[in-house]
Design a protein around this ligand. Structure first.
Ligand code: 6PG
Length: 236
């Protein structure tokens, strides 16, 4: 595990963007699962603004680690957030964008998406392998849309599952632990004081840390990077 702690969100965005550009450099194809929520917004803005003309976007295929079960034009849609902050600013072929259909019936969509991953990605022991999975971490220690109250979903046999937000009850489609841990690389983007306690508990393996899904991210490749600002790392 590598941990990079920088001053603020802007520096997290700049550090991750440079890492991402370096990772995709020279690759004929690159399959990345994006995270959702709010942290990626500044990251996508920086990626588009600083590197929009230096990446061969047509070689990159975009997927999501999770999506809210809402329409693609809903303010809560991770896809819409990505369009607003990245896709609307770069030359990306539509066929390179593989969104989870938030408007579809969740169980059927989880099955469809799992099949899509199996078709589009290389497989390792039958598990679709992303070149990179980008993750966030909730204040409660969730990642993707695997929440502590449903941590059993992490080791589901399925590659995609339907999860439920603990507070709102909102349905989500999420990839599961075996897809995440099969990825060649996994990068966490974690910023803000709200994350500090869980970051400390997970990184210092404090009592009960295993109940947080984010603590279960251990890619078989060993390539796990945490990009954090000082606020998120303030309890370390
Ligand atoms: C989502 C996510 C989720 C997110 C964390 C952190 O759909 O919300 O993918 O796992 O990454 O909740 O969200 P913030 O970056 O907004 O804190």
């Amino acid at each position: 595990m590598e941990v990079l702690i920088v001053k603020n969100k802007q520096e997290v965005a700049e550090a991750f963007s440079a890492y991402f550009v370096d990772l995709v450099e020279g690759k004929d194809s690159f399959h990345v699962a994006l995270s959702g929520g709010s942290t990626p917004k500044i990251v996508f803005d920086v990626l588009a603004e600083k590197f929009g003309n230096s990446v061969v976007w047509s070689r990159i295929h975009f997927y999501w680690g999770d999506e809210r079960c809402v329409a693609p034009d809903d303010e809560q849609s991770n896809y819409k957030m990505t369009v607003d902050h990245l896709f609307s600013k770069i030359e990306i072929p539509q066929e390179n964008i593989h969104r989870i259909l938030g408007e579809a019936e969740p169980v059927g969509e989880a099955m469809r998406y799992a099949n899509l991953l199996e078709i589009n990605l290389d497989r390792v022991e039958g598990i679709p392998q992303f070149d990179l999975v980008i993750l966030g971490m909730g204040d409660d220690g969730h990642t993707a849309s695997i929440f502590p109250h449903e941590i059993n979903l992490w080791q589901a046999d399925d590659q995609c599952v339907v999860a439920t937000h603990p507070d709102s009850g909102q349905k989500r489609v999420s990839i599961t632990g075996k897809v995440i841990n099969t990825a060649k690389e996994v990068a966490f983007l974690v910023t803000g004081t709200g994350k500090a306690q869980k970051v400390d508990e997970i990184h210092n393996q404090k009592a009960g840390y295993e109940k947080y899904p984010a603590s279960l991210v251990h890619p078989d490749s060993g390539r796990l990077l945490w990009f954090m600002d000082q606020e998120a790392a303030s309890d370390l």
